[in-house]
Design a binder for this molecule. Structure first.
Ligand code: HEC
Ligand code: HEC
Length: 296
């Protein structure tokens, strides 16, 4: 069903349209396009290793992969289909009946079962061992000196590990990286849209850095075309210019505050290259996978 466009109103858009296995399970676009080629609001996330996320989406608005799976089907900018109609369409396809029976014990097709099946599939999409995993499990000679120095910086001077930690390389928490684009047409308050708590303005879920080389462009808005741009932003301490014109206006209390953990790093050119060389070791070559034949 992840590859089945019949879940969409047009019959043309599948989950895999924006989470393409050959593109690191994303679409490599700044922002995705969906129904009627409308542009969505955010950059598509990889589903690789999403089993390790404790909430889903850049703003964490979905509680589980099961919960998440219903959002894109109903989203008018994505698959734009009524959930009840999507379920009816799948239920009418004869070829699915034996598959549902094998998976669930009987042929009944329900939204819950569709969500469960898609989420269970997604949990099986995990990275193979990266160069980093091999290094950590004892193959110390697999790293170049530059990559060892990069790992060291990641944990020390560059402070990345404060948020990009655990084997998932994300703390699964929300932080303001200075990317709200406050006062522009692409302004996005992130987590605040979910909680309505002013402390959450501009916070986004820390994305995993596994496979990050394959998921360009970067950040929730996709405005960063290279990883060098991202590291240079952190090096500057993530300045986020807020036009003074908002001070003292009705929007005053909404002015986003960058996470206090983010400070100027003073990394030199060589250190920046070392850090990038390390980050590359968290990704694996993208693999071609056979798209399954759709049940008829
Ligand atoms: C039109 C493009 C598009 C389609 C179609 C689409 N997605 Fe997404 N997906 C996105 C975008 C964009 C995001 C990030 C959206 C956000 O954070 O608001 C996302 C986020 C996700 C995430 C969150 C990953 C994480 O780490 O939090 C999962 C899981 C996911 N999609 C699965 C699916 C499934 C399952 C389907 C099909 C039912 C699907 N997507 C269809 C574009 C798409
Ligand atoms: C205070 C927590 C925090 C620290 C420290 C931090 N990050 Fe992040 N990082 C985030 C958050 C949150 C985002 C998502 C921001 C957004 O999209 O608006 C992010 C996004 C990224 C992305 C883009 C990933 C993607 O899929 O688009 C990269 C790459 C990245 N960080 C690398 C680093 C590096 C390298 C360092 C150290 C120099 C670092 N981060 C330090 C929280 C942090």
């Amino acid at each position: 069903m992840f590859f089945d466009p019949r879940l969409s109103r047009s019959g043309q858009i599948a989950c895999a349209s924006c989470h393409n296995p050959e593109l690191g399970w994303t679409d490599n676009l700044t922002r995705s396009f969906g129904h009627d080629r409308q542009t969505g609001k955010r950059n598509s996330m990889t589903i690789l290793n999403s089993a390790y996320a404790t909430s889903l989406f850049w703003d964490g608005r979905a509680k589980s992969l099961e919960d998440q799976a219903q959002f894109p089907i109903g989203d008018p900018l994505e698959m734009n289909e009524k959930l009840t109609i999507a379920v009816d369409k799948i239920a009418k396809i004869k070829g699915y009946k034996p598959l549902f029976e094998a998976a669930f014990g009987d042929k009944k097709v329900s939204l819950e079962r569709i969500q469960y099946a898609i989420a269970t599939f997604e949990r099986s999409i995990n990275s193979p061992k990266s160069k980093f995993d091999q290094f950590i499990s004892g193959k110390s000679d697999i790293y170049t000196d530059q990559q060892v120095k990069g790992l060291h910086l990641f944990r020390t001077k560059a402070q990345c590990i404060n948020c990009h930690n655990t084997p998932y390389f994300s703390d699964n928490e929300f932080h303001n990286d200075g990317q709200t684009l406050f006062g522009t047409k692409n302004e996005d308050f992130g987590r605040y849209n979910v909680t309505k708590d002013v402390k959450d303005i501009g916070k986004f879920r820390t994305p995993t850095l596994r496979e990050v080389v394959n998921t360009k462009p970067w950040m929730h808005h996709g405005h960063f075309p290279t990883l060098l741009d991202v590291v240079e932003l952190y090096n500057l301490g993530n300045p986020s210019p807020v036009q003074k014109k908002y001070l003292g206006t009705a929007r005053d209390s909404l002015i986003p505050k960058v996470d206090p953990a983010l400070k100027k790093l003073n990394l030199n050119k060589e250190e920046i290259s070392d850090l990038l060389a390390f980050i590359e070791t968290l990704s694996t070559p993208t693999r071609r996978i056979m798209t399954p034949e759709m049940p008829k």
